[in-house]
Design a protein around this ligand. Sequence first.
Ligand SMILES: [Zn+2]
Length: 176
Amino acid sequence: MPIDEWHSAEKRKSANPSQWKRNVIKKSIATGKSYLNYKGREIGERKTGPDCCCKKYKCFVQINEEDRKLILENFNKLEETYVQNVYLGGLIKTENVERERSKTGTGKKRSCSYKYYIKLGNRNIQICRNGFASIHGISKKRVDNVAKEYRDPTVTTPAQSSREKHQNRPNRIPSE
Ligand SMILES: [Zn+2]
């Protein structure tokens, strides 16, 4: 292709205003900057959410204001939503919980639960789900989606069952 022809084709490609607008919005959402949405409404920059006020972890006490600011800043520096999700997923771990059958037959059976952590230097600090969402300035829905798809895959496996141990016994006599 002659160079001037290639040039005009390239120009046509990048001169698509709706594509350009979409990219600006996408990048603004990822980096947490304020932007005008498709309807022209201004969406504010990403901020730390409300204090979870939980008594169990006291998230906003454990992670002080200075640290919260730093965490959000670093999070916003990850410019791609996917990269952010991978980062968040690395902070969510799975814990095996005994499957309990409810007596009435109602209610949800839980087979695992998630644990949320904040990494400060070399320390991993466990916090609650609400605090995790607030500190990253994201919705709880996004936390749940990340937990489902990107969480740390290592799960504590239960100890070898007694049945398996029995079968492995070397001097087992056949019953026949
Ligand atoms: Zn909390």
